[in-house]
Design a protein around this ligand. Structure first.
Ligand SMILES: Cc1cc2nc3c(=O)[nH]c(=O)nc-3n(C[C@H](O)[C@H](O)[C@H](O)COP(=O)(O)OP(=O)(O)OC[C@H]3O[C@@H](n4cnc5c(N)ncnc54)[C@H](O)[C@@H]3O)c2cc1C
Length: 433
């Protein structure tokens, strides 16, 4: 292509779009409002802990093919994501004190549900059919038209409390009862439905920036892309079926006849810039708690916890970190009270002293869009009515909930949409559905 592609927003969606475009030989300029790339998926130094942490613990699964393709493309370190060799999820119940490990077998045929030792204690093989009913209910429907999980499967009993609730809540960041069946079905099809091989839990133990952001920036710089920070887009000039100018707070950028634009911005920013764009309007929060304590030998990297406030406990080499999803009910709680309650649970699970170590509580209010049928129906595709403008972001129509996988896939979909207009060079297909 002779022109330049301006990508606005350097979260994972923008980085993914920029990488696909640069891979195909396009000249790319990446504009980001913040001083750092990564958006909702980044690492930073936290002075109260004295440690570099992530803005939130992020869990991936080995079935997240767009994420793994992206990491291969940008040359992320081989050990950037860590997890067990086979799918295995350790769980603990704070109320009963029970512990168990869920072990789906690698292949598609789920014989593991027939083995009591691989299942959740107190459950029967036939209880595990629930996801099938979700996948069947979603089949052939438009986004948001398959109803809620609460309408399609029983949301009570030991299997729900000990498996479907924690797993679906983590994936959707929304109470499963009110969550969209279609979004849940996509996740299940690409992970559990594809067999244990697609369900290995993967954690960025050296941090999200090491795994995703730094290698992506290196990849772009090596291909001549410009990366400009402190560039907040506040308006766009539209005309003649095309975008003509980007008005950043510092200075405008004219969009020439051969140039194109990818807006990879949060939904509320996109709708301010382009009123009338369909986009999710309600969001859910996530609370993360971090404690500067070296986990004892043998603490699992990831522990699912039921019966308490803690939902997922991550044991990083230099800290314990906890994720609590769908956490709107905790936003008004005092940070210190939360730290004390959560640390009490970690101490109990690991036989540690109750004295509170250095801690940090991070409340992300708009962590993800609410994965309800209403919001699932409000997503935009990548293409717009402006021929040189496409959209990306975890909230655009990927079929996935707001996740790393969704954000990265949205970037490749946006790049493919530009390739189809003929304005940009064509990349090799990169895991686009
Ligand atoms: C606490 C937390 C935990 C999470 N846990 C998981 C998990 O376990 N697994 C998982 O898969 N996903 C998880 N997610 C979701 C995942 O982080 C997001 O889906 C993904 O990072 C979204 O990427 P994005 O590029 O679409 O959006 P963003 O990361 O929001 O990127 C948008 C970018 O645009 C920039 N920007 C905004 N306004 C402007 C403007 N006007 N001009 C220029 N730039 C602008 C922002 O600074 C940002 O860099 C979690 C999210 C949070 C917050």
């Amino acid at each position: 292509m002779s022109g330049t592609v301006h990508v606005v927003g350097a979260g994972l969606a923008g980085l993914s779009a920029a990488a696909s475009l640069a891979e195909a030989g396009n000249r790319v300029v990446l504009h980001e409002a913040a001083k750092q790339a990564g958006g909702r998926c980044r690492s930073y130094f936290d002075p109260s802990l004295g440690l570099t942490i992530d803005n939130g613990n992020h869990l991936l699964l080995s079935g997240n093919r767009s994420s793994l393709d992206f990491m291969r493309l940008i040359g992320a370190p081989d050990d950037a994501l860590t997890g067990p060799e086979e799918a295995a999820f350790d769980f603990a119940d704070l109320k009963s004190g029970e512990r168990w490990t869920l072990r789906p077998n690698p292949g598609r045929l789920p014989w593991w549900v027939l083995r009591a030792g691989r299942r959740v204690p107190g459950t029967r093989a036939r209880d595990y059919l629930a996801p099938l009913s979700l996948m069947m209910a979603a089949s052939g429907n438009k986004p948001g038209q398959s109803g809620t999980i609460g309408e399609r499967m029983s949301c009570e009993g030991p299997l729900y409390e000990r498996l479907w609730h924690p797993v679906l809540l983590a994936a959707l960041n929304t109470d499963p009862r009110e969550s969209d069946v279609g979004l849940a079905a996509t996740i299940l099809r690409e992970t559990l439905g594809a067999g244990g091989r697609a369900c290995r839990p993967l954690v960025a133990v050296q941090g999200l920036s090491t795994a995703f952001v730094d290698p992506a920036l290196r990849y772009l710089e090596e291909r001549g892309a410009q990366i400009r920070y402190g560039r907040r887009l506040r308006a766009v000039a539209l005309g003649q079926g095309r975008i003509e100018r980007l008005d950043f707070t510092d200075e405008p950028t004219e969009i020439g006849p051969d140039d194109a634009v990818v807006l990879a911005l949060p939904p509320w920013v996109t709708t301010d810039l382009l009123p009338g764009t369909p986009a999710p309007q309600t969001f859910r929060s996530i609370v993360n708690a971090h404690f500067a304590v070296r986990p004892p030998e043998g603490a699992p990297l990831l522990l699912g916890v039921v019966g308490g406030l803690t939902e997922w406990l991550f044991a990083y080499p230099d800290r314990f970190s906890v994720t609590i999803s769908g956490a709107d009910h905790l936003l008004d709680e005092s940070r210190e009270d939360l730290a004390r309650r959560i640390w009490g649970e970690i101490a109990e699970l690991n036989g540690l002293a109750r004295e509170l170590p250095n801690w940090q509580i991070v409340k992300e209010k708009r962590a993800t869009f609410a994965a309800t049928p209403e919001e699932a129906a409000r997503r935009s595709g990548a293409a717009t009515r402006y021929r040189n403008l496409v959209l990306a972001g975890d909230w655009t129509e990927t079929g996935l909930p707001s996740t790393i996988e969704g954000a990265i896939r949205s970037g490749t979909i946006a790049a493919q949409a530009l390739f189809r207009t003929g304005m940009c060079g064509r990349a090799q297909a990169q895991g686009v559905a």
